[in-house]
Design a protein around this ligand. Structure first.
Ligand code: FAD
Length: 317
């Protein structure tokens, strides 16, 4: 079922959902299930599965290092199929511009259609690790808005390089990313919001936000988006801080600010367990306030760990 339909049917009750990451190539899918299993008691109507960019690895060939390109966490669509089969919930693959030609993207979308996947999150993807800035793949989509257009075209029965008849129409519900603290490359929040509006105008049905630790940022973002004429659901994406290292890496990777109060609570902690507990309590507070404000879904970035999210959900749902 489409996410917009799940939201409609929830009758203003906040839903719970998670995002999971495929295991590294060669690892067992059971680890992923072990993290999803304890969260099923909170009845997520959908689970997002990320897609990773390709990267370079160095292979030792008789003492000489050979540079090879590979995808360390493949299998997004296969994992979606297995999640749908095992848990009987909707699975939402993240589809990227970076690393794929439009033709390859079309094949992925056709697979999704055959598998009965109703929702997709359309993303540009980050720059490859060996590149300073995002470089579009030759023959691929540049910005997320271009990918949204490709999906919207397929929803209208328009495939690449061919004319398909009406019966070939897909009917994907399209999600896109939004940034309450603006995307790192954007010159201002207002410019970024204009880009978001372009994605919605091109056919996006809902927005999922980058993580944030200060709800005020989300509320202001939604207000500005509404003023701009963005009317689709804006789902807050949140994550519990779990280790001291997060104080540095989360702002660095996601270009977000952490509230002073959270930083000082973490700095007072003497053990890793205390830090994890601070993160849980902060996230419970955030979740309760967002739920109280009537957000459609609370979407948790699980990053492959569920123990802290279970504790949060016991207090919130
Ligand atoms: P876009 O919407 O294309 O925007 C990228 C930048 O370009 C922004 O600064 C925007 O303002 C600007 N821009 C947009 N259109 C134009 C234009 N026409 N001209 C000039 N500038 C423009 N990454 C992954 O690799 N895998 C994932 O699974 C994944 N999942 C994510 C899920 C969520 C909910 C979020 C918030 C992010 C996710 N990301 C993922 C990260 C995402 O790929 C990066 O943040 C990426 O840098 C931007 O993606 P986007 O879709 O927002 O890009």
């Amino acid at each position: 079922m489409k996410i917009t339909e799940h939201i409609k049917r929830s009758e203003n009750k906040t839903l719970f959902s998670i995002e999971v990451i495929p295991p590294q190539k060669g690892h067992n899918i059971q680890t992923l299930y072990d993290n999803i299993d304890p969260l099923m008691e909170f009845k997520p109507p959908f689970i997002d599965v990320t897609t990773s960019r390709e990267e370079f690895v160095y292979i030792d060939k008789n003492g000489l290092l050979e540079k090879k390109i590979t995808r360390m966490r493949p299998g997004t669509i296969g994992i979606c199929a297995s999640i749908m089969h095992k848990y009987n919930v909707d699975a939402v693959p993240h589809v990227l511009c970076g690393g794929f030609t439009k033709e390859e993207t079309e094949y992925v979308l056709v697979d999704c259609h055959y598998l009965g996947i109703d929702n997709l999150v359309a993303l540009r993807g980050d720059a490859r690790k060996d590149q300073q800035v995002f470089v579009p793949t030759k023959g691929g989509n540049h910005y997320a808005v271009d990918l949204v257009k490709q999906i919207a075209d397929m929803n209208a029965g328009k495939y690449l390089n061919s004319v398909a008849d009406e019966s070939c129409k897909t009917d994907f519900c399209i999600g896109v990313a939004g940034y309450p603290e603006k995307h790192l490359e954007s010159p201002s929040l207002q410019t970024d919001l204009k880009r978001l509006k372009e994605k919605v105008d091109a056919g996006a049905d809902y927005v999922v936000t980058q993580m944030f630790f200060d709800n005020k940022k989300y509320f202001e973002f939604v207000e500005k988006a509404r003023e701009m004429g963005i009317t689709v659901p804006i789902i807050p994406g949140i994550k519990p801080l779990a280790v001291k290292r997060h104080l540095n890496i989360l702002p660095q990777i996601f270009r977000i600010d952490l509230p002073e109060e959270l930083i000082s609570e973490v700095e007072k902690c003497k053990t890793a367990t205390e830090i994890k507990q601070v993160g849980i309590e902060w996230c419970i507070k955030q979740s309760k306030e967002l739920k109280q404000a009537g957000v459609p879904v609370l979407h948790y970035y699980s990053m492959g760990k569920s123990d802290n999210i279970v504790k949060i959900c016991r207090e919130v749902f």
